[in-house]
Design a protein around this ligand. Structure first.
Ligand SMILES: Nc1ncnc2c1ncn2[C@@H]1O[C@H](COP(=O)(O)OP(=O)(O)O)[C@@H](O)[C@H]1O
Ligand SMILES: [Mg+2]
Length: 340
Protein backbone atom coordinates (compact mmCIF):
# COMPACT_ATOMS: atom_id res chain seq x y z
CA UNK A 1 0.00 0.00 0.00
CA UNK A 2 1.43 3.36 -0.94
CA UNK A 3 1.09 5.92 1.81
CA UNK A 4 -0.40 8.52 -0.46
CA UNK A 5 -3.16 6.49 -1.98
CA UNK A 6 -6.01 7.47 0.30
CA UNK A 7 -5.78 11.22 -0.36
CA UNK A 8 -5.43 10.40 -4.06
CA UNK A 9 -8.62 8.43 -3.96
CA UNK A 10 -10.46 11.49 -2.72
CA UNK A 11 -8.83 13.64 -5.36
CA UNK A 12 -10.02 11.20 -7.98
CA UNK A 13 -13.57 11.56 -6.73
CA UNK A 14 -13.61 15.11 -7.85
CA UNK A 15 -11.02 16.42 -10.24
CA UNK A 16 -11.96 20.01 -9.51
CA UNK A 17 -10.71 19.50 -6.02
CA UNK A 18 -7.13 19.01 -7.09
CA UNK A 19 -6.50 22.70 -7.17
CA UNK A 20 -8.20 23.16 -3.84
CA UNK A 21 -6.30 20.39 -2.09
CA UNK A 22 -2.80 20.44 -3.37
CA UNK A 23 -1.49 23.78 -2.09
CA UNK A 24 -2.42 23.04 1.51
CA UNK A 25 -1.03 19.52 1.19
CA UNK A 26 2.23 20.89 -0.09
CA UNK A 27 2.58 23.00 2.98
CA UNK A 28 1.99 20.21 5.41
CA UNK A 29 5.06 19.87 7.53
CA UNK A 30 6.88 16.56 7.26
CA UNK A 31 5.81 15.66 10.75
CA UNK A 32 2.15 16.25 10.04
CA UNK A 33 2.42 14.39 6.78
CA UNK A 34 3.95 11.35 8.37
CA UNK A 35 1.27 11.50 11.07
CA UNK A 36 -1.35 11.42 8.37
CA UNK A 37 0.29 8.48 6.67
CA UNK A 38 0.24 6.66 9.97
CA UNK A 39 -3.48 7.43 10.26
CA UNK A 40 -4.07 6.11 6.72
CA UNK A 41 -2.20 2.93 7.57
CA UNK A 42 -4.27 2.49 10.74
CA UNK A 43 -7.43 3.00 8.70
CA UNK A 44 -6.45 0.21 6.33
CA UNK A 45 -5.69 -2.19 9.12
CA UNK A 46 -9.00 -1.38 10.80
CA UNK A 47 -10.84 -1.77 7.49
CA UNK A 48 -9.34 -5.21 7.02
CA UNK A 49 -10.59 -6.21 10.44
CA UNK A 50 -14.06 -4.80 9.81
CA UNK A 51 -14.34 -6.42 6.39
CA UNK A 52 -14.12 -9.86 8.01
CA UNK A 53 -17.55 -9.15 9.50
CA UNK A 54 -19.17 -6.85 6.96
CA UNK A 55 -19.40 -7.59 3.28
CA UNK A 56 -21.26 -5.14 1.10
CA UNK A 57 -22.82 -5.83 -2.29
CA UNK A 58 -21.31 -2.58 -3.56
CA UNK A 59 -17.78 -3.26 -4.64
CA UNK A 60 -15.81 -0.17 -3.91
CA UNK A 61 -12.31 0.48 -5.09
CA UNK A 62 -9.79 -0.67 -2.50
CA UNK A 63 -9.13 2.72 -0.97
CA UNK A 64 -12.71 3.83 -1.01
CA UNK A 65 -13.62 0.58 0.71
CA UNK A 66 -11.31 1.21 3.64
CA UNK A 67 -12.85 4.60 4.23
CA UNK A 68 -16.38 3.37 3.68
CA UNK A 69 -16.09 0.44 6.05
CA UNK A 70 -14.57 2.61 8.71
CA UNK A 71 -17.34 5.20 8.31
CA UNK A 72 -20.23 2.76 8.27
CA UNK A 73 -19.21 0.11 10.76
CA UNK A 74 -21.12 1.60 13.69
CA UNK A 75 -24.21 2.29 11.61
CA UNK A 76 -24.13 -1.32 10.44
CA UNK A 77 -23.50 -2.63 13.95
CA UNK A 78 -26.54 -0.75 15.17
CA UNK A 79 -28.62 -2.36 12.43
CA UNK A 80 -29.38 0.84 10.61
CA UNK A 81 -28.05 -0.66 7.41
CA UNK A 82 -27.85 -4.25 6.22
CA UNK A 83 -26.01 -3.62 2.96
CA UNK A 84 -24.50 -0.93 0.73
CA UNK A 85 -25.98 -1.33 -2.74
CA UNK A 86 -24.38 1.40 -4.83
CA UNK A 87 -22.70 4.75 -4.82
CA UNK A 88 -25.18 7.42 -5.88
CA UNK A 89 -22.79 10.30 -6.03
CA UNK A 90 -19.20 11.04 -5.11
CA UNK A 91 -18.87 14.68 -4.22
CA UNK A 92 -16.41 17.26 -3.04
CA UNK A 93 -17.64 17.20 0.51
CA UNK A 94 -19.39 13.87 0.86
CA UNK A 95 -20.37 10.76 -1.07
CA UNK A 96 -23.89 9.38 -1.01
CA UNK A 97 -24.60 5.64 -1.04
CA UNK A 98 -27.82 3.74 -1.55
CA UNK A 99 -28.17 1.22 1.26
CA UNK A 100 -30.57 -1.43 2.30
CA UNK A 101 -31.84 -0.50 5.74
CA UNK A 102 -31.34 -2.92 8.60
CA UNK A 103 -33.92 -3.84 11.25
CA UNK A 104 -33.68 -0.43 12.90
CA UNK A 105 -34.71 1.23 9.62
CA UNK A 106 -37.43 -1.38 8.96
CA UNK A 107 -35.53 -2.72 5.95
CA UNK A 108 -36.39 0.19 3.69
CA UNK A 109 -33.97 1.86 1.32
CA UNK A 110 -31.81 4.48 2.99
CA UNK A 111 -29.26 6.99 1.82
CA UNK A 112 -25.93 7.21 3.66
CA UNK A 113 -24.25 10.56 3.19
CA UNK A 114 -20.66 9.89 4.17
CA UNK A 115 -18.57 12.99 4.69
CA UNK A 116 -14.93 13.05 3.75
CA UNK A 117 -12.46 12.97 6.58
CA UNK A 118 -11.86 16.38 8.06
CA UNK A 119 -8.23 16.39 6.96
CA UNK A 120 -9.28 16.16 3.33
CA UNK A 121 -11.93 18.81 3.40
CA UNK A 122 -11.49 22.46 2.96
CA UNK A 123 -13.38 24.10 5.80
CA UNK A 124 -12.28 27.61 4.99
CA UNK A 125 -15.36 28.57 3.04
CA UNK A 126 -17.80 27.62 5.72
CA UNK A 127 -17.26 30.70 7.87
CA UNK A 128 -20.01 32.82 6.32
CA UNK A 129 -22.54 30.11 7.14
CA UNK A 130 -21.22 29.31 10.61
CA UNK A 131 -21.52 32.89 11.82
CA UNK A 132 -24.08 33.02 14.61
CA UNK A 133 -24.38 29.25 14.90
CA UNK A 134 -23.40 27.53 18.12
CA UNK A 135 -21.30 24.46 17.45
CA UNK A 136 -22.94 21.08 17.98
CA UNK A 137 -21.60 17.81 19.36
CA UNK A 138 -22.06 14.38 17.80
CA UNK A 139 -25.52 14.10 19.38
CA UNK A 140 -26.65 17.37 17.85
CA UNK A 141 -26.59 19.26 21.18
CA UNK A 142 -24.87 22.59 21.68
CA UNK A 143 -21.22 22.13 22.59
CA UNK A 144 -20.54 23.13 26.15
CA UNK A 145 -17.19 21.50 26.94
CA UNK A 146 -14.69 24.29 27.41
CA UNK A 147 -11.84 22.18 26.03
CA UNK A 148 -13.78 21.67 22.80
CA UNK A 149 -14.72 25.33 22.49
CA UNK A 150 -11.12 26.42 23.15
CA UNK A 151 -9.78 23.93 20.62
CA UNK A 152 -12.12 25.35 17.96
CA UNK A 153 -10.96 28.90 18.63
CA UNK A 154 -7.29 27.89 18.63
CA UNK A 155 -7.87 25.86 15.47
CA UNK A 156 -5.93 22.88 16.72
CA UNK A 157 -6.25 19.63 14.77
CA UNK A 158 -8.69 18.43 17.40
CA UNK A 159 -10.62 21.69 17.16
CA UNK A 160 -10.96 21.28 13.40
CA UNK A 161 -12.28 17.78 14.01
CA UNK A 162 -14.91 19.13 16.42
CA UNK A 163 -15.83 21.84 13.94
CA UNK A 164 -16.19 19.28 11.17
CA UNK A 165 -18.45 17.16 13.36
CA UNK A 166 -20.55 20.22 14.13
CA UNK A 167 -20.94 20.91 10.39
CA UNK A 168 -22.31 17.39 9.86
CA UNK A 169 -24.46 17.63 12.99
CA UNK A 170 -26.15 20.72 11.53
CA UNK A 171 -27.28 18.68 8.56
CA UNK A 172 -28.69 15.97 10.82
CA UNK A 173 -30.30 18.31 13.32
CA UNK A 174 -31.92 20.37 10.56
CA UNK A 175 -33.32 17.25 8.93
CA UNK A 176 -34.73 16.24 12.32
CA UNK A 177 -36.38 19.60 12.96
CA UNK A 178 -37.77 19.97 9.45
CA UNK A 179 -38.93 16.39 9.14
CA UNK A 180 -40.76 16.77 12.43
CA UNK A 181 -42.28 20.03 11.19
CA UNK A 182 -43.68 18.29 8.12
CA UNK A 183 -41.30 19.79 5.54
CA UNK A 184 -40.47 17.89 2.37
CA UNK A 185 -37.11 16.50 3.47
CA UNK A 186 -35.83 12.92 3.84
CA UNK A 187 -36.53 11.49 7.28
CA UNK A 188 -33.22 11.19 9.17
CA UNK A 189 -32.45 7.95 11.03
CA UNK A 190 -29.02 8.28 12.50
CA UNK A 191 -25.80 10.23 12.59
CA UNK A 192 -22.74 8.21 13.45
CA UNK A 193 -19.10 8.74 12.80
CA UNK A 194 -19.07 11.03 9.74
CA UNK A 195 -22.28 9.72 8.24
CA UNK A 196 -25.86 10.94 8.10
CA UNK A 197 -28.43 8.25 7.35
CA UNK A 198 -31.80 9.24 5.90
CA UNK A 199 -34.66 8.03 3.73
CA UNK A 200 -33.62 7.21 0.21
CA UNK A 201 -35.57 9.13 -2.42
CA UNK A 202 -35.91 6.93 -5.50
CA UNK A 203 -36.12 3.17 -5.82
CA UNK A 204 -33.91 0.11 -6.29
CA UNK A 205 -33.15 1.32 -9.81
CA UNK A 206 -31.48 4.48 -8.54
CA UNK A 207 -31.86 7.87 -6.91
CA UNK A 208 -34.47 10.45 -7.85
CA UNK A 209 -33.16 13.03 -10.33
CA UNK A 210 -32.37 16.51 -9.13
CA UNK A 211 -34.95 19.08 -10.21
CA UNK A 212 -32.50 20.96 -12.45
CA UNK A 213 -32.42 17.94 -14.79
CA UNK A 214 -36.21 17.68 -14.99
CA UNK A 215 -38.55 19.32 -17.46
CA UNK A 216 -41.86 19.67 -15.70
CA UNK A 217 -45.17 18.99 -17.35
CA UNK A 218 -47.44 21.88 -18.12
CA UNK A 219 -49.54 22.62 -15.08
CA UNK A 220 -47.09 20.87 -12.79
CA UNK A 221 -44.60 23.71 -12.37
CA UNK A 222 -46.84 26.18 -10.53
CA UNK A 223 -47.99 23.85 -7.71
CA UNK A 224 -44.43 22.55 -7.27
CA UNK A 225 -43.11 26.09 -7.07
CA UNK A 226 -45.70 26.85 -4.40
CA UNK A 227 -44.62 23.72 -2.56
CA UNK A 228 -40.99 24.87 -2.57
CA UNK A 229 -42.06 28.28 -1.28
CA UNK A 230 -44.07 26.58 1.46
CA UNK A 231 -40.90 24.76 2.50
CA UNK A 232 -38.82 27.93 2.48
CA UNK A 233 -41.49 29.57 4.63
CA UNK A 234 -41.62 26.59 7.00
CA UNK A 235 -37.85 26.74 7.34
CA UNK A 236 -38.03 30.41 8.28
CA UNK A 237 -40.60 29.63 10.93
CA UNK A 238 -38.05 27.18 12.36
CA UNK A 239 -35.24 29.72 12.19
CA UNK A 240 -33.48 28.17 9.27
CA UNK A 241 -32.36 29.32 5.84
CA UNK A 242 -31.16 26.54 3.57
CA UNK A 243 -28.13 28.51 2.41
CA UNK A 244 -27.45 26.50 -0.75
CA UNK A 245 -30.91 26.11 -2.14
CA UNK A 246 -31.32 25.61 -5.87
CA UNK A 247 -32.82 23.06 -8.26
CA UNK A 248 -29.59 21.04 -7.69
CA UNK A 249 -30.54 20.41 -4.08
CA UNK A 250 -34.13 19.39 -4.72
CA UNK A 251 -34.99 15.84 -5.72
CA UNK A 252 -37.99 15.08 -7.89
CA UNK A 253 -39.76 11.76 -7.53
CA UNK A 254 -43.32 10.65 -8.25
CA UNK A 255 -44.39 14.24 -8.92
CA UNK A 256 -43.13 15.40 -5.52
CA UNK A 257 -40.16 17.42 -4.40
CA UNK A 258 -37.69 16.74 -1.57
CA UNK A 259 -35.19 19.29 -0.31
CA UNK A 260 -31.73 17.95 0.59
CA UNK A 261 -28.19 19.05 1.59
CA UNK A 262 -28.35 21.08 4.80
CA UNK A 263 -24.95 21.33 6.55
CA UNK A 264 -24.60 25.03 5.74
CA UNK A 265 -27.99 26.15 7.15
CA UNK A 266 -28.00 29.74 8.28
CA UNK A 267 -29.82 31.22 11.26
CA UNK A 268 -31.76 34.29 10.11
CA UNK A 269 -31.49 36.27 13.32
CA UNK A 270 -27.88 35.56 14.12
CA UNK A 271 -26.06 35.91 10.84
CA UNK A 272 -25.55 39.43 9.45
CA UNK A 273 -25.40 38.04 5.90
CA UNK A 274 -28.65 36.09 6.40
CA UNK A 275 -30.79 38.28 4.17
CA UNK A 276 -28.25 38.20 1.34
CA UNK A 277 -28.00 34.41 1.55
CA UNK A 278 -31.80 34.08 1.74
CA UNK A 279 -32.27 36.30 -1.29
CA UNK A 280 -29.76 34.18 -3.22
CA UNK A 281 -31.69 30.99 -2.33
CA UNK A 282 -35.02 32.46 -3.43
CA UNK A 283 -33.51 33.90 -6.60
CA UNK A 284 -32.06 30.55 -7.68
CA UNK A 285 -35.38 28.85 -7.12
CA UNK A 286 -37.20 31.52 -9.11
CA UNK A 287 -34.65 31.16 -11.92
CA UNK A 288 -35.37 27.45 -12.29
CA UNK A 289 -39.14 27.87 -12.14
CA UNK A 290 -39.03 30.74 -14.57
CA UNK A 291 -37.35 28.30 -17.03
CA UNK A 292 -40.43 26.11 -16.44
CA UNK A 293 -42.84 28.91 -17.23
CA UNK A 294 -43.52 30.30 -13.74
CA UNK A 295 -42.60 33.96 -13.72
CA UNK A 296 -42.09 35.54 -10.29
CA UNK A 297 -40.24 38.57 -8.98
CA UNK A 298 -37.63 36.91 -6.76
CA UNK A 299 -36.73 39.99 -4.71
CA UNK A 300 -40.33 40.80 -3.98
CA UNK A 301 -41.13 37.23 -2.98
CA UNK A 302 -38.02 37.04 -0.79
CA UNK A 303 -38.82 40.29 1.02
CA UNK A 304 -42.45 39.31 1.55
CA UNK A 305 -41.44 35.98 3.08
CA UNK A 306 -38.68 37.59 5.13
CA UNK A 307 -40.82 40.37 6.55
CA UNK A 308 -43.76 38.06 7.25
CA UNK A 309 -41.48 36.46 9.86
CA UNK A 310 -40.73 39.83 11.42
CA UNK A 311 -37.21 39.89 10.01
CA UNK A 312 -35.49 43.10 8.95
CA UNK A 313 -33.71 43.52 5.66
CA UNK A 314 -30.13 44.41 6.51
CA UNK A 315 -28.07 45.98 3.83
CA UNK A 316 -24.49 44.83 3.64
CA UNK A 317 -22.37 47.80 2.74
CA UNK A 318 -19.22 47.43 0.72
CA UNK A 319 -16.23 49.13 2.39
CA UNK A 320 -15.60 51.26 -0.68
CA UNK A 321 -19.00 52.90 -0.15
CA UNK A 322 -18.11 53.95 3.38
CA UNK A 323 -16.47 57.18 4.40
CA UNK A 324 -13.68 56.73 6.96
CA UNK A 325 -14.20 60.33 8.09
CA UNK A 326 -17.76 59.68 9.18
CA UNK A 327 -18.23 58.22 12.65
CA UNK A 328 -21.46 56.53 11.59
CA UNK A 329 -19.78 54.79 8.66
CA UNK A 330 -16.82 53.74 10.76
CA UNK A 331 -19.19 52.24 13.33
CA UNK A 332 -21.05 50.34 10.63
CA UNK A 333 -17.83 48.97 9.20
CA UNK A 334 -16.62 47.85 12.63
CA UNK A 335 -19.95 46.16 13.22
CA UNK A 336 -19.81 44.33 9.92
CA UNK A 337 -16.24 43.27 10.50
CA UNK A 338 -16.90 41.96 14.00
CA UNK A 339 -19.95 40.08 12.88
CA UNK A 340 -18.11 38.14 10.21
N1 LIG B 1 -31.88 11.13 0.52
C1 LIG B 1 -31.41 10.93 -0.70
N2 LIG B 1 -32.01 10.06 -1.53
C2 LIG B 1 -31.53 9.84 -2.78
N3 LIG B 1 -30.46 10.46 -3.29
C3 LIG B 1 -29.83 11.36 -2.51
C4 LIG B 1 -30.26 11.64 -1.18
N4 LIG B 1 -29.45 12.58 -0.65
C5 LIG B 1 -28.53 12.85 -1.59
N5 LIG B 1 -28.76 12.14 -2.73
C6 LIG B 1 -27.98 12.17 -3.97
O1 LIG B 1 -26.65 12.56 -3.69
C7 LIG B 1 -26.36 13.81 -4.30
C8 LIG B 1 -25.49 14.65 -3.39
O2 LIG B 1 -26.15 14.89 -2.16
P1 LIG B 1 -26.10 16.29 -1.44
O3 LIG B 1 -26.72 16.12 -0.09
O4 LIG B 1 -26.66 17.34 -2.32
O5 LIG B 1 -24.53 16.50 -1.20
P2 LIG B 1 -23.43 17.42 -1.93
O6 LIG B 1 -24.12 18.31 -2.91
O7 LIG B 1 -22.81 18.16 -0.80
O8 LIG B 1 -22.50 16.44 -2.57
C9 LIG B 1 -27.70 14.41 -4.63
O9 LIG B 1 -27.64 15.28 -5.72
C10 LIG B 1 -28.53 13.18 -4.95
O10 LIG B 1 -28.24 12.74 -6.25
MG1 LIG C 1 -25.93 19.14 -3.07
Amino acid sequence: MSKNQLPEFFDDLDESNLVEMRPSQKHLSRKRESKRHEADARLFVRAQEISREFQFAYKAARFEEAWLLDSLVEIAEHQWIADVLRKVKGGKEASVYQCLGGKAASGRLVAAKVYRPRSLRNLKNDQQYRTGRVDLDEDGNALTKKADLDAIIKRTAYGEEVRHRSWIAYEYKTLEILSEAGADVPHPYAMENNTVLMDFIGDLGGAAPTLNSVSLERGEAKPLFERVVRNIDLMLSHDRIHGDLSAYNILYWGGKITLIDFPQVVLPNQNPAAWTIFLRDVTRICQYFSSQGVGVDARQLASELWMSHGLKIKKEVHPRDLDAEKTEDRKLWEQQKNNK
